[in-house]
Design a protein around this ligand. Structure first.
Ligand code: UD1
Length: 426
């Protein structure tokens, strides 16, 4: 397992280009299963989860051509397998996104139940309830969810009220409903930009989706979908991570190819905490720490457009450098504070009480040997390592490779002292 070796204390400076959003690429890749024609996706980030999704599509029988590093041409004309097996679902929960498209086009699908994962139990009950609302028969067989469309193999439009906002649940239902007979209305749908991006692709494929980005999405089912070409939106979580990287190291960065609007709440919170962020144009941000320094500000994670849970860990790293006490409340996932104990080992003053983390700052972090536990926790530890004095070694960086494209190369180009140690070198 690779590790990162970081020697902290260097302010970052320069220009960094944001990659495509992993959380948009994954559902868009799955959407290609809805049509026998070719779906071409540009700006797919070169990250492990997208490689896993590609493998899943190929296992199903689709052809995936990659004429350029970030362009995927997916053709799912024949499909030979109708399932996402345990080996894939356990490494990447988003493999459940195969369920909606397979069921919609072929009337049958099997997906292994995700089970527990590092950041909580993360059930898929709402995905299944939604598919049942479209007429699917869903059974549990030996740890797998088996779903079948009603007679004649076609789902029928229906109404689904999500009891909780779920991003991939909304996306699964959205994809399933495109080929259903009649109209579907999704209430309390997720409003994340990635849901809107998927809806845009689906409409390009001939679907009739309205209201994506709002809590109510309406889908008029069509008989068939066709090929399309689409560019994945920039990654707002990577954008936010670089905003914090500049602030935590006391550096100055220009962040290119991002969508500032998608990071609105993060930008607002960071500004309140003493980070100067300038919107240079529609796709560029300039960021630096204010001369007055960082001040503690509370944060509560909630579904979009509120503060994203995927930025909580990175924000906690920043708060260790801010003056005062901040409270960070995690309302989306239980057990998503595992980075806190690792940062405590670096000298951070963090107290956890259930879903609330209280951070006392500022503290001079000291390099230590720490372990990444999930994707965003690893980003947090990288940020802490950049701010710490001395050397930090982060174990299990495969977590960060799941969702950040070449992060150590991007950081090194900005002046960070970070290197990847291959297993044999440690
Ligand atoms: C997606 C993102 C992930 C992000 C999360 C929340 C992708 C590939 N991943 O994950 O990066 O952290 O949104 O913004 O887009 N829930 C249920 N039943 C369900 C589904 C969800 O109770 O059937 C609960 C979950 O346990 C959690 C909450 O709903 O408490 C939100 O989860 P959800 O939005 O579904 O997360 P993902 O879509 O898995």
């Amino acid at each position: 397992m690779d590790k990162f070796l970081i020697t902290g204390g260097l302010p970052l400076s320069g220009r960094v280009v944001v990659s495509g959003a992993k959380n948009s690429a994954l559902p868009c890749m799955a959407a290609a299963v809805l049509t026998p024609e070719t779906v071409t996706l540009h700006n797919v980030p070169y990250v492990r989860d997208c490689l896993t999704q590609r493998r899943l599509l190929e296992d199903l029988g689709a052809t995936v051509l990659v004429p350029e590093l970030r362009t995927h041409k997916i053709t799912a004309t024949p499909i030979e397998l109708f399932e996402a097996p345990y080996e894939l679902v356990k490494t990447m929960r988003a493999s459940v996104l195969a369920l909606g498209p397979l069921l919609a086009r072929f009337g049958k699908a099997k997906v292994s139940l995700p089970g527990g994962c590092a950041i909580g139990t993360r059930p898929i009950d709402l995905h299944l309830e939604g598919l049942k609302a479209l007429g699917a028969e869903v059974t549990l067989e030996a740890g797998d969810v088996v779903a079948r469309a009603p007679k004649r193999g076609r789902l029928r439009g229906g109404e689904m009220h999500f009891e909780k906002v779920t991003v991939t649940g909304t996306e699964n239902l959205l994809m399933a409903a495109t080929l259903a007979e009649g109209k579907t209305v999704l209430h309390n749908a997720a409003r994340e930009p990635e849901v809107s991006d998927l809806a845009e692709l689906l409409n390009r494929m001939g679907a009739r989706v309205r209201g994506a980005g709002s809590p109510t999405i309406t889908i008029e089912g069509v008989e068939a979908l066709g090929g399309a070409e689409h560019t994945i939106i920039p990654d707002r979580i990577e954008t936010g991570t670089f905003l914090i990287a500049a602030a935590i190291t006391g550096g100055e960065l220009e962040i290119k190819d991002c969508v500032p609007e998608h990071s609105g709440i993060v930008i607002a919170h960071l500004r309140e905490a003493g980070v100067e962020i300038e919107e240079v144009n529609q796709s560029t941000l300039r960021v630096r720490r204010s001369s007055k320094g960082l001040v503690a500000r509370d944060v509560v994670t909630e579904p979009h457009p509120r503060f994203p849970t995927d930025m909580q860990a990175q924000y906690m790293a920043l708060m260790t450098q801010a003056e005062g006490r901040s409270m960070i409340t995690e309302t989306i996932f239980e057990n998503r504070f595992m980075h806190a104990s690792e940062m405590q080992r670096m000298g951070a003053q963090i107290h956890i009480d259930g879903r609330i983390a209280t951070v006392e700052g500022p503290t001079q972090l000291m390099g230590a040997r720490v372990q990444a536990s999930d994707l965003r926790a690893s980003a947090c530890l990288v940020l802490a390592g950049l701010a710490a004095s001395g050397e930090t070694i982060i174990d299990r960086v495969y977590h960060i490779d799941r969702g950040y494209e070449k992060i150590e190369m991007k950081l090194r180009a900005l002046g960070a002292d970070i290197e990847r140690l291959k297993e044999s070198e440690v």
